[in-house]
Structures are given as structure tokens and as C-alpha cells.
Design a protein around this ligand. Structure first.
Ligand code: 5CA
Ligand code: ZN
Length: 432
């Protein structure tokens, strides 16, 4: 399906350092890309409700990675799915008495315009589960060829015992896996399964539910196989980073990786199949609980924008937090971000950069003695982002420059201001 529209990214002088991220599977801070082409699979939305701040925060985090990769000279290949068929979507459509496809299409359209407003660079491939059905079926056959599937009342399950490395992403004990599986779409209690943690790869058609023909009978795909099939189709059997919120670590990312290892691996112990690194964003809370569609405690991006919030302030409110930690969305946080945006814009304006062009001339060191050397600002932003996408550290570097520039306005700083403006735009996605 079509992604959203991107905007031009200004070029910056020089090149950024190699970005590192905290890899969930190994726990280490590791280079995110292994070669010249960097590849990212970010789990996409289930479009049954509008984009909330939690979704926005995860996609803004991966956007920082994309931007840092590009700045470090990588070609970026980025795939994202849209879970446009799954239980929650059907349940919501039934509750509201609307057609599930219409609901999905409306929310996908809203997601696109929210992402555009937040200046998130679009993925190279945005792939819906429904349009991916042929490749999901192909992938499911590979699991069958490896003897990893079994039937239960015409539903098809993946037998996790076929993967000796199951558990390698999340490192959880079985009891914890069982609890999370029950909370997050699994069915550990279903009688007849070989192992309670086995997951559905094909659900045979339920009365009244949408269905598609397949070699496994009419029905629809399971959730984890959707991402395993889409990611490996568009990025190859091995790619750099699998990304999502921390609520996806188990079972979703564990299961997708496990499916891919069994379907595509040769079984050798250290073989890198599926993602080399796993990046997980913390949960955004609102009024004391995780913002979630099922709990209904949501702040929508589209709602904030229609109330008049500047999308760049929303983006700055997100960037004020480290992506890996849980944090609370607050109206005060948005107010702070709005003030920061105003201060940055004033600093750039006072230095008269409106018509400036950063790449035309990098100012000589010390051109305006009281203001931090602007090349240092760029270097600091780059260095902070390369360190596990430390957005708050990057914002602080621009704050220091803006404070000084606002204290002592000087039109002679025009080229400097242009470089700061382009730095904020290219690396942080904030248009001043
Ligand atoms: N379609 C699946 C992934 S294949 C899904 O999880 N969809 S979702 O709409 O529920 O979530 C989309 C992304 O937002 C996921 O990465 C999820 O982890 C993340 N997310 C959901 N709620 C929050 C939250 N409160 N804070 C931060 N991220 C969140
Ligand atoms: Zn996914």
C-alpha cells in the first residue's frame, strides 16, 4: 500500500558517526547496521483506532535511527507492516457496527497524515497483511516443509519445540512467557495444543469473519507469521534491526524471529537469521496507565493537531524523552516543548537565517564569540544520536546555542543559524 509523503532532508557538512543502539536480545550497546546498506523492520499499526502518542513516539524513535543512518552514509531499506486483519480490528468493527475494511482504511489514512505532520520519513515499503497474503502463504509452506506445523480443529499452529533457540530475544522464563502470551493475543490455555506457547499461523474461517482461500483452507493469517514473512520478503532472511514497542518483545518478536529461524535457517547454532539487533521503545503512559487502544486512555495525534498544537511541538515533546524508557505524556510536557520550539525559532530568526543556506558556507570557528561554535552543535547532536538515539542530549545541544543566540541577537550569525536550522531538520526532523 502507499506510504505517506516524505519531505526533503537537507544535507549537512561532513558525516555522522555510526549509530549504536541498545540491543534487547544481547543487552549490549551495539552498532545498529552491519554493512553499507542498513535495513530496518518496524512493526506497524493495527488500524482500529487513531494514532496515539505511544505509536507516534515509537515511529519517531525509529525515524531518528533512519536519519542517523543516512547521515552516517548508509543506504536505508525500511519496511513496515500494517496489521489490517486481526482480532482487535474485527472486534472493534463488530462493536461499532461498521465494516472492518472501511474502519482499517480510514485509520490507515489518518495514520499517514499524522506521520506526515510529524515529519516521519516514510518506509520504503508499507505492506498490509491482506496484500501480503500470497507471501505469508509461501512462508507458511516453508514452516510446513520443516515439519514445524500441526493442525488443531483445522487451525494451524507453529510448534515452538522445532526451534532450539526459542527464547533468544526475550530471555524470559516459561511462566512469564505464559502470562504474557495470554495477555497479548496468544491462547496458552487452549486444549489440544502440543505446547501452550505454540502460536497460530493460520486461523480457519470463523462464521461471519472475512476469509481468504489458501492451501490451509479458507481463513486468515496469524499475527507473528505476518511480520516474519513481510520482513524477510522485503529485507532478506537477515537484516539489521527489528523495532517495536516493548510490549512486542514477547510473544511477537520472539515468535516472528523463531518462525524465520525455522523457515529460513539451516539450523547451525550461531546462524544470524532474522534481525541482528532488536530495538524496543518504552511505553508512553497517560493518566497513570499505558496508553492503549484496549484500555481506551488515549491522546491522539490528530486530536492534538486539531486543537491547534504545532506538530513540531508534539515531536519535540516526544524527543524530550529517551526512547527506551517508559514515560508519561503530560500537557505540561507539550507546553514545555512549545516554549522550546518558540525559543529555537526565535534564535534562528534573530540570526536572520531565513534565506541562509548552511551548505553554502560553514562559518569559521569563533565567528560569533559568545555563541557555542556552531560546528560543535552539529557534532554534539550527531554524537548524542549515535549513542542509542539520545534525543534529550541532542535537544540540549541546540538549547545551549539558542539560549546564547537569543541573549545576544546578531544578524552576522546568519550562516550559523542556517546550519543549526538544517541540523534540527535533517537529524531531529524538527522544522524551524
Ligand atoms: N500491528 C502490531 C505490530 S505488528 C501492533 O502492535 N500494532 S499497534 O497499533 O498496537 O502498535 C503499533 C506500535 O506502537 C507497536 O510498535 C507498539 O509496540 C507501539 N505502541 C503501542 N502502544 C504504545 C504505547 N503506549 N507507548 C509506546 N509505544 C506503543
Ligand atoms: Zn509486527
Amino acid at each position: 500500500m502507499d506510504a505517506w509523503r516524505g519531505t526533503a532532508v537537507p544535507s549537512l557538512p561532513g558525516k555522522g558517526p555510526e549509530p549504536r543502539i541498545r540491543d534487547t536480545a544481547s543487552g549490549v550497546l551495539a552498532e545498529a547496521a552491519a554493512g553499507p546498506a542498513a535495513s530496518l523492520y518496524a512493526c506497524g499499526i493495527t488500524p482500529y483506532d487513531a494514532t496515539h502518542l505511544g505509536h507516534a513516539a515509537t515511529y519517531v524513535a525509529w525515524d531518528l535511527l533512519v536519519r542517523a543512518w543516512r547521515d552516517a552514509g548508509h543506504d536505508v531499506r525500511y519496511a513496515q507492516n500494517v496489521t489490517d486483519i486481526d482480532d482487535p480490528l474485527l472486534e472493534r468493527a463488530a462493536r461499532d457496527g461498521v465494516d472492518w475494511r472501511g474502519l482499517a482504511d480510514r485509520e490507515i489514512a489518518r495514520f499517514r497524515s499524522d506521520m506526515e505532520a510529524l515529519r516521519v520519513i516514510p518506509p520504503s515499503h508499507l505492506i498490509g497483511a491482506v496484500e501480503a497474503l500470497p507471501l505469508i502463504e509461501r512462508f507458511t509452506h516453508l514452516l510446513g516443509d520443516r515439519g514445524a506445523l500441526y493442525e488443531l480443529d483445522r487451525d494451524v499452529y507453529f510448534a515452538r519445540e522445532t526451534d532450539p533457540r526459542f527464547g533468544w530475544v526475550s530471555h524470559l522464563d516459561t511462566q512469564r512467557m505464559l502470562t504474557l502470551s495470554a495477555e497479548r493475543g496468544g491462547d496458552p490455555g487452549r486444549p489440544g495444543k502440543k505446547d501452550p506457547l505454540d502460536s497460530l499461523v493460520w486461523l480457519t474461517a470463523r462464521p461471519g469473519e472475512p476469509r481468504w482461500p489458501s492451501a490451509f483452507g479458507p481463513g486468515r493469517p496469524g499475527w507473528h507469521v505476518e511480520c516474519a514473512a513481510i520482513a524477510t520478503e522485503y529485507l532478506g532472511a537477515t537484516f539489521d534491526v527489528q523495532a517495536g514497542g516493548s510490549d512486542l518483545i514477547f510473544p511477537h518478536h520472539e515468535m516472528s524471529a523463531s518462525h524465520a529461524r525455522v523457515a529460513l535457517g539451516d539450523g547451525s547454532p550461531g546462524e544470524p537469521i532474522f534481525a541482528r539487533r532488536y530495538a524496543h521503545a518504552g511505553m508512553v503512559r497517560w493518566q497513570g496507565g499505558k496508553m492503549s487502544k484496549s484500555r481506551g486512555n488515549l491522546v491522539f495525534v490528530s486530536g492534538l493537531l486539531s486543537e491547534g498544537a504545532d506538530p513540531m511541538a508534539v515531536r519535540l515533546a516526544i524527543l524530550a524523552h529517551r526512547y527506551g524508557q517508559d514515560w508519561d505524556w503530560t500537557t505540561e510536557g507539550l507546553a514545555r516543548a512549545t516554549r522550546r520550539l518558540g525559543a529555537w525559532r526565535a534564535a534562528v530568526r534573530q540570526a536572520g537565517s531565513a534565506d541562509g543556506c548552511a551548505t553554502a558556507g560553514v562559518p569559521p570557528a569563533g565567528a560569533a564569540a559568545s555563541v557555542p561554535d556552531v560546528r560543535q552543535v552539529l557534532a554534539q547532536v550527531r554524537e548524542r544520536l549515535a549513542d542509542d538515539l539520545d534525543a534529550p542530549g541532542a535537544l540540549a545541544a541546540i538549547d545551549r546555542w539558542a539560549d546564547e543566540a537569543n541573549r545576544s541577537p546578531d544578524p552576522a550569525r546568519s550562516p550559523e543559524a542556517a546550519l543549526v536550522r538544517d541540523t534540527a531538520d535533517a537529524l531531529l526532523g524538527v522544522k524551524l
